[in-house]
Ligand binder design. Structure first.
Ligand code: IVH
Length: 672
């Protein structure tokens, strides 16, 4: 019988991995470093292998990753998008070759291909007849999100391929990434504006792809390297991975510039060591080297492990930089939503070329799990990530008498007793007029992604609050130049500029204002979705929970948070204040797609060869059409796929035009 201890450990590992996956894939806010995640995952795998009775079909080891976000149309990949196994040492690489040699002896000395492993986000680009048809994120490996419009803004992704030797239908896989310099600038700007910086370039890239507005994606200046062709229809006679990369380049893609073919594993290991030394200075985030069996016939022979990862490729990863220093104090920061986030004050220490004196501790549960105590020597990592993290204490050096940290039960800014929702790991200060929350919420309101009031950063907001010139964001609009010049560090010019910047922000669209108000769960995307659905602040203000049903990507949690916020009398007063100052309460409405299907009612029936129902609908709507479910005299067109049944019969009876997917794509201009 399996011991309870082991069963408990498995349950705890699964819980931690599931939460980390959700934070990473759905919230773009990782809680664990890759190394920590790998450690948990491999521990779970090891226990499950030794104790098969503990294996369950829903274990995270049985799937690739988290679920895609909900607001974007889903795109099923034509072939699964795999993940990569990791090797953390040269010995692990050798063991990998030995295992492969047992399945295909020719791999030894058969040649490998090396590419630097870019730390970005995987994308899948479907090309038909050399034209970009669909671009999607990886999602859970089987189903991703359709982000075609956003991917089309990336210059490295060709819309029409050069040459003519591409398979008729294929998927090109690659990595979208944020160039290192642009990432540093973006984060510096976010910090200056009082916005949360991105934890790493990967999240900035993933976030950039999942914008509702392609213009935002374009402004992020993302780039892309391609690394794989998956032929679906038509010939593709390429014998090696090296040739595949050369072919991708000839078609117009960018490929990882340090890629190289090596004759055997020893040469590979020597070259990997050189690459490792170069990684920190590359113009993009890189977290290892991918080693691939070069011959495609051997790749085929080796195959994949339960559709999760190929046997023919592995990522050689390097340990992140770690420093050890003393934990001086654990303090709590009050966020604008009232979230109480613990962070560590550290004895300054040098890590990856910069001096670190604080690190995030995320939430109380993580502090408890890691059991870090004030006075401990702690390990700090900064693995391609901007915000340093504490890995854990060095137990042998724990000072006598160090006690577990007890989270303060009151808000450090206003002394109100903290509350905790049993569903969540954070504690909150429930006081809506908490000065700590107020400060953060005004900083947020003025930040670039919200009302974009230049010159109103943390310092200035503090100053205005201290001088009692403002008590909420509406008061900003009543500030005068005379009031400001009377304050320290304000001159005539800076005061005039600030008043002008505040006045200008009045015309920001309602969606931006909504995001700026800092309602819990209302980020930029949700703000936009709500504004599009309700059209104006006055429409949203009177909405009941039921009215949220038709809004895309808005679930009951968000609906409850928003209606709850509007019911608060203080919110009503704030809104009236903003109204008096002439803020824009309405959203410019996006014109519904105009195109070849304007005014047409279209019915889809049967299974289409490449487009899913959601995608076909999305595309028809963008081209002006309306998709309905039943065929009637009002139907203009029926698109029929395999196993179309009674709807097709009825269309024929009514003599309604019937077309197939190929014709649909032609009319949409997606195929010649
Ligand atoms: S090959 C069939 N090659 O790493 C093999 N992946 O940890 C699947 N990545 O999802 C991937 N650079 O997003 C491959 N040159 C490269 C890569 C690469 C970055 C990413 C990719 C993949 C992840 C797996």
């Amino acid at each position: 019988m399996t011991s309870k201890v082991l069963r408990d450990e498995v349950a705890s590992l699964r819980g931690q991995i599931a939460r980390a996956n959700r934070a990473y894939y759905e919230l773009d806010a990782p809680e664990l470093s890759d190394a920590e995640w790998d450690r948990l995952f491999h521990r779970l795998q090891a226990i499950e292998t030794a104790h098969p009775e503990l294996m369950t079909p829903d274990s995270p080891t049985q799937r690739v990753g988290g679920a895609p976000a909900t607001h974007l149309p889903k795109h099923p990949h034509l072939r699964p998008m795999l993940s990569l196994a990791n090797a953390f040492s040269d010995d692990e690489l050798r063991a990998w070759e030995e295992r492969n040699a047992r399945l295909a002896a020719a791999v030894v000395g058969g040649g490998y291909n090396l590419e630097v492993k870019i730390d970005g986000t995987a994308v899948c680009l479907t090309y038909r007849a050399g034209r970009l048809l669909i671009g999607a994120t990886r999602g859970n490996g089987a189903i991703g999100e359709d982000v075609t419009a956003n991917l089309r803004t990336i210059d490295d992704i060709p819309l029409q391929l050069d040459g003519n030797d591409w398979p008729a239908l294929m998927e090109v896989r690659g990595e979208v990434y944020f160039p290192a310099e642009a990432f540093r600038k973006l984060n510096a700007r976010r910090e200056r504006d009082g916005d949360e910086p991105f934890a790493n370039p990967r999240n900035a890239a993933a976030g950039g792809l999942r914008q509702l507005d392609p213009a935002t994606t374009r402004s992020r200046r993302l780039r892309c390297f391609a690394f794989q062709v998956v032929p679906i229809e038509g010939a593709f006679a390429i014998a090696t991975h090296s040739d595949m990369l050369a072919t991708l380049q000839r078609w117009g893609f960018q490929i990882e510039p340090h890629h190289a073919r090596v004759a055997n594993l020893d040469t590979a290991i020597a070259r990997i060591a050189k690459l490792e030394a170069m990684l920190p200075s590359l113009p993009f985030g890189a977290d290892g080297v991918v080693v691939k069996v070069d011959r495609r016939d051997l790749q085929e022979e080796l195959g994949t492990i339960s559709d999760r990862e190929p046997r023919w490729a592995i990522a050689r990863k390097f340990a992140p930089e770690v420093a050890i220093t003393r934990l001086l104090a654990i303090r709590v920061n009050v966020g604008r939503t009232g979230a109480l986030a613990p962070f560590a004050d550290l004895e300054p220490v040098e890590l990856g070329g910069v001096t670190i004196s604080s690190a995030t501790l995320h939430n109380d549960e993580i502090v408890a799990q890691k059991d870090v105590r004030v006075g401990d020597m702690v390990e700090v990592v900064r693995a391609g990530e901007v915000i340093p993290k504490i890995l854990g204490p060095v137990l042998k050096d724990r000072p006598k008498g160090a006690v577990p940290w007890v989270p303060p039960d009151r808000c450090p800014a206003c002394d109100t007793p903290a509350v905790r929702d049993p569903e969540e790991v954070m504690r909150y200060c429930p006081n809506p007029v908490c000065p700590g929350r107020l400060l953060e919420s005004i900083i947020h309101f003025a930040s670039r992604d919200a009302m974009d009031i230049r010159g109103l950063g943390e310092e200035r907001v503090r100053q205005l609050l201290d001088a009692k010139l403002i008590a909420n964001v509406a008061d900003l609009y009543a500030l005068t130049i005379e009031q400001l010049v009377a304050l320290d560090r304000f001159a005539e010019q800076s005061a005039t500029q600030l008043v002008a910047a505040i006045a200008m922000s009045r015309s920001q669209p309602f969606s931006t204002l909504l995001y700026g108000l800092g309602i819990r769960h209302v980020g930029k995307t949700v703000g936009l979705a709500l504004a599009r659905h309700f059209k104006s602040l006055d429409g949203l203000r009177v909405a009941t929970i039921e009215d949220f049903a038709g809004a895309r990507g808005i679930g009951p949690t968000i609906a409850a948070a928003v209606t709850g916020w509007f019911q608060d009398p203080r919110s009503a007063a704030l809104i009236e204040g903003l109204r008096e100052h002439g803020l824009n309460f309405s959203e410019p409405q996006v014109e519904i797609g105009d195109g070849p299907f304007t005014g047409k009612t279209i019915v889809l029936t049967g299974t289409l060869p490449t487009l899913s129902r959601t995608e076909a609908t999305f595309r028809i709507e963008r081209a002006g059409g309306t998709v309905t479910s039943g065929v009637s005299k009002k139907t203009s067109l029926v698109v029929a796929g395999a196993e179309a049944g009674s709807k097709l019969d009825r269309a024929r009876q009514l003599k309604i035009e019937v077309i197939d997917e190929g014709e649909l794509l032609r009319r949409l201009g997606l195929q010649p």
